[in-house]
Design a protein around this ligand. Structure first.
Ligand code: AMO
Length: 436
């Protein structure tokens, strides 16, 4: 019967002398003359195999070994297997283009991504996606517990939702359509349909030309939308609960993966202490931090929530509130999309969440009044006649509502302290990269 690497200590501890079978990849081979060690890797971790002779194996070959498990403090994980028989069931080419068992801290991101099918075999890289799986699972579980319904909406759309020109065109029979920048309008339609509370986990597409450590051209958007809210403050409250649940679950399920990255997640109680600053106060706070930081800061003065401001605000929140998480609300009208609900003549009921120096979320209460829309759209250069399908929703009765979206890769990046968001995407798409 197959035993996983993580269960060998237990099998050895039972000491009944029974043979076990392990299956996996050859991670490392060490020939000590007279005795050889093969480190086998499976989905659960690694285990040391001890052989009397040097095996005829290449790294990354897939093997099946049988033998007697034994406790050994010196072996990785505290146990090893004295091998009786070993079979190679898929031999790997002896010339690996990428060293799977290398210390990835010493390998640049380009080499990691250029050799993606092999770099994904590295346990530390795999750890990223185990944490990401927990984020997605915890996100869904929490929202389901609050009576949200999961939806799937089309990624082929007739027009953009988030403004700007960052749309990918797609040939669609005899016309051009676009890849969706977000499920924004669909999630609102579904609130108005009577579901009231919906969420979606899906890819979103942004044709952004710049290459930065925070941008992907395809990312996973964790979208939430709910009816009958008063303001963005209800949404900030929901996001705090959601993040607290995600962090708690990550700590519970991924202690090993977090340790591999030397990372930790904030305590749930700390999340509820995260401050909310109005946009103007956030600018003041960022500028005060800038002044206090002296010459090492990049800007002389901050006029917007720039990446530098995000970093300074999170440092401030960490020091003053014990968590590097801060919500900024009441953004000026000019910075937010057409669907955002006004607070007054210049400000909106909108917010961003900044975590460990990076914007991870945008959200807002939405316009839901048909007449207001007809007046607002031309101001954003949008033609009401092209948005008839969307506007119909507001014509026929729609509750006050709002929502937000968390960038899944950005949250993963910040939980683990990754330098580049591309590391948190299995198969990242950037200006150069559409393979594998
Ligand atoms: P926004 O455009 O701010 O808002 O996106 C929401 C969140 O998605 C993530 N994100 C990205 N992650 C990686 N690469 C990108 N190019 C990228 N663009 C965005 C970020 C960001 O905070 N419809 C609104 C949300 C809403 O109001 O419900 C929207 O898409 O983490």
């Amino acid at each position: 019967m197959r035993v996983l690497a993580r269960d060998i200590v237990k099998a050895a501890g039972e000491q009944n002398g029974a043979e076990v079978e392990v299956k996996g990849w050859v991670h490392r081979i060490r020939d000590m003359g007279g005795v050889s060690f093969v480190i086998l890797r499976d989905r659960s971790g690694i285990v040391q195999l001890v052989l009397a002779e040097k095996p005829d194996l290449s790294l990354e070959s897939v093997i099946v070994a049988r033998g007697i498990p034994a406790l050994n403090d010196k072996a990785p994980g505290g146990a090893e297997i004295q091998v009786n028989s070993l079979e190679c069931i898929s031999r790997a080419d002896g010339e690996l283009p990428y060293q799977v068992n290398a210390d990835i801290g010493k390998i640049g991101i380009e080499a990691i991504l250029d050799n993606r099918s092999l770099s994904l075999r590295n346990p530390k890289i795999q750890a990223i996606f185990k944490v990401q799986a927990t984020i997605i699972e915890a996100f869904s579980a929490y929202l389901r517990s609050q009576d949200f319904t999961e939806i799937r909406t089309s990624k082929l759309v007739g027009s953009g939702t988030e403004g700007g020109t960052n749309l990918f065109e797609v040939e669609y029979f005899d016309r051009k359509v676009y890849l969706a920048q977000s499920p924004q309008l669909y999630k609102q339609i579904m609130v108005a349909s009577g579901l009231e509370r919906v969420f979606e986990i899906a890819s979103a597409y942004r044709a952004e030309k710049h290459d930065t450590p925070r941008h992907l051209n395809e990312y996973v958007s964790l979208d939430v939308e709910m009816g009958f809210i008063e303001s963005e403050k209800d949404l900030i409250e929901l996001e705090k609960n959601l993040l607290a649940h995600i962090f708690t679950e990550t700590a519970r399920k991924n202690a090993r993966e977090l340790a591999m990255w030397g990372a930790s997640v904030p305590d749930a109680e700390a999340v509820f202490k995260a401050p909310t600053l109005g946009y103007e106060d956030a600018l003041k706070t960022a500028n005060a931090e800038l002044a206090a930081g002296g010459k090492k800061q990049a800007s002389a003065r901050i006029f917007d929530i720039t990446p530098e401001a995000e970093r300074l605000l999170c440092e401030w929140a960490g020091r003053e509130h014990g968590i590097e998480l801060v919500f900024v609300n009441e953004f000026p009208r000019r910075y937010r999309p057409f669907y955002t609900y006004p607070l007054d003549a210049t400000r909106t009921m909108s917010f961003d969440a900044l975590f460990r120096g990076l914007e991870i979320t945008s959200g807002s209460r939405r316009q839901h009044d048909y007449q207001s829309f007809l007046e607002t759209l031309p101001k954003f250069g949008l033609k009401p006649e092209y948005m008839a399908g969307y506007l119909t929703v507001f014509k026929y009765g729609c509750p006050p509502h709002g929502g937000f979206a968390i960038g899944c890769e950005r949250l993963t990046q910040k939980i683990l302290g990754l330098a580049n968001v591309k590391e948190a995407s299995l198969f990242p798409r950037d200006r150069k990269r559409v393979e594998p």
